[in-house]
Each structure stands twice: as structure tokens, then as C-alpha cells.
Write a protein that binds this ligand. Structure first.
Ligand SMILES: CC(C)(COP(=O)(O)OP(=O)(O)OC[C@H]1O[C@@H](n2cnc3c(N)ncnc32)[C@H](O)[C@@H]1OP(=O)(O)O)[C@@H](O)C(=O)NCCC(=O)NCCS
Length: 178
């Protein structure tokens, strides 16, 4: 049996206002409670924030935003646009994050997923994440969060090193550099 083919996308850092607008648009269709542009900016402001977009034919079709913690990476959010769903793009983004975490020496990636987001839970399970504790009424809508965690291949559990963080969102004083 032949292996399933993934959609060919180019992964590159999220780094411009144009990228941010694409992220907001995809988020609006992907989530029941999408972040506003200001909320994304707030999340992206710390320099420690690894964020990536997937491009196809020059168009952003998916994105992933994470945070680099002291001894792990936290996957904050990700989404794939409707036309590119179920074609292996999400998996490629998670692989990018695992690779980035490995380069930074982070042994685990953690995330929270909404109780009602069954597709998200199945997707993360397929990407090697295991369900952990439940945070009751974590979201403002009083919905529970499931914490999921994945080991980073090749990295032993220890504090992340200070070097080799993957690249990162660039800012000027007002926000993104275009
Ligand atoms: C979750 C999400 C990012 C997955 O992206 P994707 O590119 O469609 O996922 P992939 O094609 O890489 O799927 C990898 C595996 O995950 C599982 N999976 C993905 N979508 C699934 C679905 N709708 N139902 C069941 N399993 C699914 C499958 O095991 C799949 O492998 P397979 O296609 O070989 O069976 C996408 O559905 C999305 O953007 N959802 C809305 C936003 C969201 O929930 N984000 C996650 C929480 S922040």
C-alpha cells in the first residue's frame, strides 16, 4: 500500500502584517471563538515566540504559533484553511515545531485543546500527543481544556538551552515589520 501524499507547502516564519492578516482570516473560519488581531499581536509580542506559516502558490494556507518556555514549548494555536484540510499540512506544522523544540533542547511540547474540539484532539493524538490533566472551566465560555503533551524525539527531559531558538517574529516599535 502506498503512503499518503502530503500537500506540498513551504514553511517559513510568520513575520509581516500581511502574514498576520492571513492568520486572522484563517482563524475566523477555523475557530468558534477566534482571536482578534490585537490578541494575536499580544501573543506574538514576546521575542521567544516561534511562529510559522505554510504557503502554497504564494498564499498562506496554515499557521502555527507557539511559546518557548523554560523547559518546554507550548503550542498555543494553529489552523489550516478549509481548502487545505486533511492533506497533511497540520502534521507538517507540528513536525516543524518538534524539530524547532529539538534544536532548542526542549524535551516536551504541551498544549491545551477545548473539550468540544474533537477534531483537534484526534489530530493531536495522531501527531503523538497524549492526553493529560483536565482544566475545568478553563475557557471564558466555561468549557474545559484538555492538556496534551508530546515528547520531543532525541531530547532528554531537562531545561531548554538558551541557544538555537528557531526564528521568530520580528517587530518594530509598533508591531510587525513588513
Ligand atoms: C486540527 C487541524 C489543524 C488539522 O489540520 P490538517 O492539516 O487537516 O491535519 P492533517 O491532514 O495533517 O491530519 C493528520 C492526522 O490528524 C487526524 N485528523 C485530522 N483531521 C481530522 C478529522 N477531521 N477527523 C479525524 N481525524 C483527523 C488524522 O489522523 C490525520 O491523518 P490521516 O489524514 O492520514 O487520517 C485542522 O483541522 C484545523 O485547522 N482545525 C481548526 C482549528 C483547530 O482546531 N486547531 C487546533 C486547536 S488550536
Amino acid at each position: 500500500m502506498s503512503a499518503k501524499k502530503s500537500l506540498a507547502v513551504t514553511l517559513r516564519p510568520l513575520e509581516s502584517r500581511t502574514d498576520l492578516h492571513a492568520v486572522v482570516l484563517i482563524g475566523q473560519t477555523a475557530f468558534d471563538y477566534p482571536w482578534t488581531e490585537d490578541e494575536y499581536r499580544e501573543k506574538l509580542r514576546p521575542w521567544r515566540c516561534p511562529a510559522v506559516v505554510a504557503e502554497m502558490d504564494g498564499k498562506v494556507v496554515a499557521w502555527l504559533i507557539a511559546e518557548r518556555g523554560r523547559d518546554n514549548f507550548e503550542l498555543w494555536s494553529m489552523a489550516v484553511n478549509e481548502q487545505a484540510l486533511r492533506a497533511g499540512v497540520g502534521r507538517q506544522l507540528v513536525e516543524w515545531l518538534k524539530q524547532s523544540a529539538a534544536e532548542a533542547g526542549a524535551a516536551t511540547i504541551v498544549l491545551k485543546v477545548r473539550e468540544r474540539n474533537l477534531v483537534g484532539q484526534k489530530f493531536f493524538a495522531a501527531c503523538g500527543f497524549k492526553a493529560g490533566k483536565v482544566l475545568r472551566n478553563f475557557y471564558p465560555q466555561r468549557e474545559d481544556a484538555f492538556v496534551m503533551e508530546s515528547a520531543v524525539p532525541g531530547v532528554e527531559r531537562r531545561a531548554a538551552s538558551s541557544g538555537n531558538c528557531p526564528r521568530i517574529v520580528r517587530f518594530d516599535d509598533d508591531g510587525f515589520i513588513d
